[in-house]
Write a protein that binds this ligand. Structure first.
Ligand code: GDP
Ligand code: IMO
Ligand code: MG
Length: 427
């Protein structure tokens, strides 16, 4: 049976949490494959709202086994807090599986993330300050600390000492901060070891055995295509691969096992943090999208930048990820506009450009070329089928589908579990 990837097609916050949750009872495993607690995935079940940062959204479906894959960076303090918070609300987390190979975020990573952003001043990336970039930097630099290191105190000491030797010099001499005490971190992380031990397994083996038995594995991306360190708007990106290739490396499942890649796509565009954003609005329309769409970050509480739908981005997401389907979210937010602009191409240095430019500087001054679609004023939040939608909303979806290059297989008309129109079943 297949592995299915579900990922962000834009700059994150497209509604991946809700989309994952809807598929929860049809799959056996839900796996986070990259990122860390920079993510904030919202799931609304009845009158209950959950914000998940490190735990896969499948944790809210009792029949589902949630997995934190090797590609994730884990801040153990945050993970344990998240587990505790869910347990207090009656959610069982005992099924959780954590990869032995996932890397750990330490206090150093958090500190360096914050101070280096401060040093960048106006050129800052606008990170979430959770230590994500510095933890991935250590991983690539081969001095990272992995989950499995927690269970051998002498190795853990060696690794922390090795990793902190030059870092403390940087903290003290470059950034004028206090150094971090190896003994304090060692003590704290050995305490985490005991609590985390029951969850830790070889998740790649577990998932591949499950696939062989015919079970379905859902790989839940965090962030989005344009925040990908290879394919996004570098350097204004996160430090991992949210795109489809990352699902394979971040879970230990071979790409031939993945049969479907679903891109979660907002009916307009948002972005948090710095970096280019051609359709960004600085007027009352932007303000209206922000307030109707509730566009405030789940992790940092920052107001999200808002703009119109950008088709070159959607086409790019199809190309980079090999998307088989889109799940179009937040269509309800567009109710009430007389005309809805859709960016179909860019103007760059006086020329019409259909695709995302290969040069980042070109993207920085790309101007959107809009087509204007007639809007609708009817409340669509209770629509159950495509035919229930006003004809202009149907035409908006059809237009997006045509210019984006993949079918809109599901449409979100509200945050709730049942506020979804399924055009074509994913599973
Ligand atoms: P994620 O990071 O991709 O999981 O997305 P976030 O949870 O950060 O942001 C998406 C927000 O939109 C959340 O508040 C969701 O509850 C909400 N949401 C998801 N789908 C829909 C939808 O179709 N309509 C509306 N109005 N809200 C939605
Ligand atoms: P979900 O999974 C939106 C952004 C940050 C910043 C950049 C780098 O909820 O969609 P980082 O802390 O990762 O080094 O920050 O990436 N960013 C997100 N934006 N949604 C997210 O996650 C994000 N995670 C990181 O705002 O611009
Ligand atoms: Mg989010």
């Amino acid at each position: 049976m297949p592995a299915i990837v579900l990922l962000g097609a834009q700059w994150g916050d497209e509604g991946k949490g809700k989309a994952t949750d809807i598929l929860g009872d049809k799959v056996k495993y839900v796996v986070r494959y990259q990122g860390g607690n920079n993510a904030g995935h919202t799931v609304v079940i009845g009158d209950q709202k959950y914000a998940l940062h490190l735990l896969p959204s499948g944790i809210l479906t009792p029949s589902c086994i949630p997995v934190i894959g090797n590609g994730v960076v884990i801040d153990p303090a945050v993970l344990l807090e998240e587990i505790r918070g869910l347990n207090e609300r009656g959610v069982d987390t005992s099924n959780l599986k954590i990869s032995t190979n996932a890397h750990l975020i330490t206090p150093y990573h958090r500190t360096i993330d914050k101070v280096s952003e401060r040093f960048l001043g106006k050129s800052k990336i606008g990170t979430t300050g959770r230590g994500i970039g510095p933890a991935y930097a250590d991983k690539i630099n081969r001095i990272g600390i992995r989950v499995q290191d927690l269970f051998d105190p002498s190795i853990l000491r060696q690794k922390i000492e090795g990793a902190f030797r030059d870092k403390n010099q940087v903290l003290i001499k470059v950034f004028n901060r206090k150094g971090i005490e190896v003994d304090d971190v060692l003590k704290e992380y050995l305490e985490y070891a005991e609590i985390l031990r029951p969850y830790v397994v070889d998740t790649s083996l577990l998932l591949n055995q499950a696939l062989e038995k015919g079970e379905i594995v859902l790989l839940e991306g965090s962030q989005g295509t344009l925040l990908d360190v290879d394919h996004g708007t570098y350097p204004f990106v996160t430090s991992s691969n949210p795109t489809a290739g990352g699902a394979s490396t971040g879970s230990g499942i071979g790409p031939t096992k993945i049969t479907r890649v679903i891109g979660i796509l907002k009916a307009y565009t948002t972005r948090v943090g710095s970096g280019p954003f051609p359709t960004e609005l600085f007027d009352e329309d932007g303000e209206k999208l922000r307030s109707i769409g509730g566009e405030v970050g789940v992790t940092t509480g920052r107001a999200r930048r808002c703009g119109w739908f950008d088709a070159p981005i959607a086409r790019y997401a199809v190309r980079i990820n090999g998307l088989t389907d889109f799940f179009l979210t937040k269509l309800d937010v567009l109710t009430g506009w007389e005309k809805i602009p859709v960016c179909v191409a860019y103007e760059i240095d006086g020329k019409r450009v259909e695709e995302l430019p290969a040069s980042q500087s070109d993207f920085h001054h790309a101007k959107p070329i809009y087509e204007y679609l007639p809007g609708w004023s009817e409340d669509i939040s209770q629509a159950k089928t495509f035919a229930d939608l006003p004809v202009n909303a149907q035409n908006y979806i059809k237009f997006l589908e045509e210019i984006s290059g993949a079918p809109m297989s599901a449409i979100g008309v509200g945050p709730g579990r049942d506020q979804t129109i399924v055009v074509k079943e994913f599973i």
